[in-house]
Every structure is written in C-alpha cells, then in structure tokens.
Design a protein around this ligand. Structure first.
Ligand SMILES: Cc1cc2nc3c(=O)[nH]c(=O)nc-3n(C[C@H](O)[C@H](O)[C@H](O)COP(=O)(O)OP(=O)(O)OC[C@H]3O[C@@H](n4cnc5c(N)ncnc54)[C@H](O)[C@@H]3O)c2cc1C
Length: 373
C-alpha cells in the first residue's frame, strides 16, 4: 500500500522536513533517569514552540487537529531526520493520558492537565499492570475505598514505565468492594507526589532502569480525579488502549525502516552472500510494516485485530533486526554500544503492550475465527 499525497500534503512535508532539519538536537537522548527526562521535556517544549507537539490533538486543546494522513507524513519525516525516539517519558502523556482526558475527562481535568502535557511540564506514566495481572488485566487487585470526597488507595503496580520521573499516573484500581473482573474498576489521575507512594525502580537486562514497581499505602486521591464515572474504569481503560493500538506507535514502526538502512550500511557490500539475502528480507519486512501502518491508520474504524497484527509484526521484526546487527558486529557486540543496547532492549518488545502470545490469541480468534481459548 502506498501513501497517496496531494500537493498540499507535500507542502506540509516540506515544512516538517525544514523544521526538523533546523531543530533536531545533535546530541543523542540519554537512556534513563533525570538526564533522559530533562532531555525529553526540552525536546517536547521545542516541538511545542514550533507548533509540532500534539499535532493530532484537536485545536481547542492546543493541538493542530491534523488528519491521520498528515500525522503519517510527520512521522515519516521525523524518523528520516533521526529525531529523538517517540518512546520516551512524554509518550504516555501525549499518546494515552492526554487523548483519554480529551475523550472522557471533565472540563476542569482537561483545562488543568492538557496544557501541562503538551508543554512537557507534566510527565505521565501508566499504572495498569500488577504482579499477576498483566495479560489478564481485569484480575487487578489494587483497591480504592471511598472515604468522604477521597479514594484511599492500597496495593501495588509493576512495570510502570517512567514512574520514577513522572508527575502523574493513569491509575486503574478496583473501587467497588467485592467486584470481579471488568466491573467495579475506576481510571483515576494519581499525583505521584501524594504521600504513601513508593517507587522502586527495576533494572532491565540492558542495564538501564526505565520502569518501576509502585506501592500505594493509604494514598488519598480526590474523587474529582476519577476520569469517566466511578466504577466505569474498564471502558475508560479500553479508550486508553485504543489510542495505543492505533496511532501511538507509528513513529516507532517507521523507525525500523531507518534501522534496516543503518544495518545495510553497517554490513557494507555483500554481493551474493546469505547476509545480503537476510538484509533484503529485513528491508522487505520493514516496508510491509510501513504498509500495514498506512492501512491501519487510514482505515476507519481500525479493529483490535489490526492492532495485534501490527504490534506482533513490529515486535518480532525489531528483534530480528537487532539479532542481525549482533551477527554482523560479532564479538565486538559484547562491548556496550547502541546496537547491543537496542538488541537487549528489543527483548521487551514481545512483552510490552501485550505479549506476542496474547496478540496471536487475538489474531487466531478474531481474524482466523478459531475457537476461543
Ligand atoms: C518494557 C515494558 C514496559 C512496560 N510498561 C508498562 C507501563 O508503563 N504500565 C503498565 O501498566 N504496564 C507496563 N508493562 C507491562 C506489560 O503490559 C505486561 O508485562 C504485559 O501485559 C504482560 O503481562 P505480565 O508481565 O504480567 O506477564 P503474564 O501475563 O504473567 O504472562 C507470562 C507469560 O504467559 C503468557 N500468557 C499469559 N496469558 C496467556 C494466554 N492467555 N495465552 C497464552 N499465553 C499466555 C504470556 O504471553 C507470557 O509469555 C510494560 C512491560 C514492558 C516489558
């Protein structure tokens, strides 16, 4: 599938390219901690100044209200210019929390939070997964008990990306005592500086820490921070995850094409070798991912199975690309460098945002019509 563009689209592309050329920082983003969050905030603030932050958000909330076709063009230019990865500590605010507040929040919640997200002043994290409740999110156990005009939260979340630097968390908790599964949950805005919150960073196999366990010990959250209605959190959470399925990851998907071209340059001329064939396959697979992204973003309405097919292909392709890099580099890969870092990080791709097995279940049941597990 090709992206068919108009002369106006191409004028937009030229403006994006020119701005990125003049503004993409020369320095690479630090991998973790305060240095990484300062870098991401500064980059978002610069994009905001240039009018390029939240380009898909409606104009009334500070965005540009651009249609999907233009957002695709923006991300094509974004990765071409080697702009900082879109998957940084501003990701949840821009792609999950902000759009969820726009769809389900009160006027007060929108007025307070949306400008802070867009400017980079407020960073957000996601607190959905718990030990034992990842793939099976509806089994979550962290509770919120109504006490006057507050919820008192007790329990634990895990794998909450950037929760060590975030200002707010989109927190999914069980607020109806004795409720089961999808019923009785609420999606609440949790100020990460509230007393009773403990964040314990987890170091991953790449040796960096960008997610954490979060413990809640009698954490008092105003009822006015509930998004949607009390006990209607599953519907709001599905709204949040719907954004993740559709537009949130397109920059990351396009980035893989750039990585494949870097890999081909790294390998050097390989006429007639098995490696040349492998690289050609990777290039074709990256092109297929790009085509799937176009189809997904431009097709209305996108289904969950569209998202699962794309997510699965993305995750497994990323792992194949970095595995090939290790084979090209050989023993030198044992020395810490960007390729070996990306290789180790890529293991998480078939876990984060729904594991490969869960994506395969969805495809099996909803696309292939196989019996439910
Ligand atoms: C890098 C990274 C960042 C993350 N960031 C966040 C975040 O910011 N916020 C957040 O809330 N969560 C986050 N997560 C958590 C992520 O959503 C979960 O790890 C994921 O949903 C899997 O859940 P789990 O870890 O509990 O594994 P489990 O659900 O316990 O799965 C364990 C294994 O069993 C398999 N399995 C489970 N159920 C089935 C089934 N029905 N059929 C077949 N196989 C099955 C899985 O595929 C997996 O191999 C992040 C994870 C990673 C890796």
């Amino acid at each position: 599938m090709q992206l068919k563009t108009t002369p106006e689209d191409e004028a937009f592309r030229a403006a994006a390219r020119q701005w990125l050329l003049a503004n993409v920082p020369a320095a690479r983003a630090p991998h973790e901690g305060r240095a990484a969050s300062d870098f991401a905030r500064a980059w978002l603030a610069r994009c905001r100044q240039g009018g390029w932050a939240g380009i898909g958000w409606p104009k009334e909330f500070g965005g540009q209200g651009l249609p999907p076709q233009r957002i695709l063009i923006w991300y094509e230019e974004y990765v071409r210019a080697r702009a900082p990865s879109a998957l940084d500590c501003t990701f949840v605010g821009l792609n999950h929390a902000g759009p969820t507040l726009i769809a389900c929040g009160t006027d007060e919640q929108k007025a307070f939070h949306l400008p802070r997200i867009l400017s980079g002043e407020a960073l957000w994290c996601q607190g959905f997964s718990e030990p034992g409740s990842g793939s099976d999110l509806a089994s979550l156990k962290t509770t919120g008990t109504v006490d006057g005009d507050h919820l008192v939260v007790n329990g634990q979340k895990i794998w909450s990306s950037y929760s060590d630097v975030a200002d707010f968390q989109e927190l999914l908790i069980r607020t109806e005592p004795g409720s089961k599964r999808h019923k009785g949950l609420s999606w609440v805005i949790c100020d990460m500086r509230t007393p009773g919150i403990t964040v314990r960073p987890i170091v991953n196999m790449a040796g960096v820490s960008h997610f954490a366990e979060v413990f809640y010990d009698d954490v008092r959250i105003p009822l006015s921070n509930v998004v949607g209605a009390l006990n209607d959190g599953w519907r709001v959470a599905m709204t949040t995850l719907g954004f993740e399925r559709k537009t949130a990851a397109m920059g990351l998907q396009f980035e893989l094409s750039v990585k494949v071209e870097d890999l081909i340059a790294l390998a050097g001329p390989q006429p007639g070798t098995a490696l040349a064939e492998r690289l050609a396959d990777l290039r074709a697979e990256a092109a297929a991912l790009r085509a799937m992204t176009y189809r997904m973003v431009l097709r209305e309405p996108a289904t969950q199975s569209d998202g699962s097919m794309m997510r699965l292909h993305f995750a497994e392709l990323a792992q194949r690309i970095y595995r090939t890099a290790m084979d090209i580099i050989g023993p030198e890969a044992l020395v810490d460098n960007d390729w070996s870092h990306d290789y180790l990080e890529a293991y998480s791709e078939t876990i984060a945002g729904g594991t490969a097995e869960i994506q395969r279940n969805i495809i099996a049941e909803r696309v292939l019509g196989l019996p439910r597990e």
